[in-house]
Design a protein around this ligand. Sequence first.
Ligand code: V3L
Length: 85
Amino acid sequence: EEVENQWYYEGRNGWWKYDERSNAELESAFNAGDADCALLLAGAVYTIDFQNMIQFRRNDPTRRRRVRRDTPTLPAKGVAGIKNI
Ligand code: V3L
């Protein structure tokens, strides 16, 4: 079953899709009108800030990535660090 909206985070030369569970949590928080969403990603707690459309690690907020919410058909590098083949 295909999702309506896909969340992406910025890589070095393109966009990565969030994993399916994180995508569902982001959609839920975004549609509820929350200001942000907390997610455990690759073993660290991150904040996804919907006002500024960025994500950053809770314990190192200086490392920021842009995020976007778009159609699932956008070209992407892969899903959550797993490269497309
Ligand atoms: N989902 C999964 N892993 C993440 C996410 C996320 N939303 N955010 C960060 N990481 P930072 P290229 C990324 C990983 O921002 O070649 C990609 O998934 C992040 O992984 O400094 O630059 C790739 O695996 C990084 O390993 O806190 O496009 C990898 O970078 C680590 O958390 C290389 O991608 C620290 O990210």
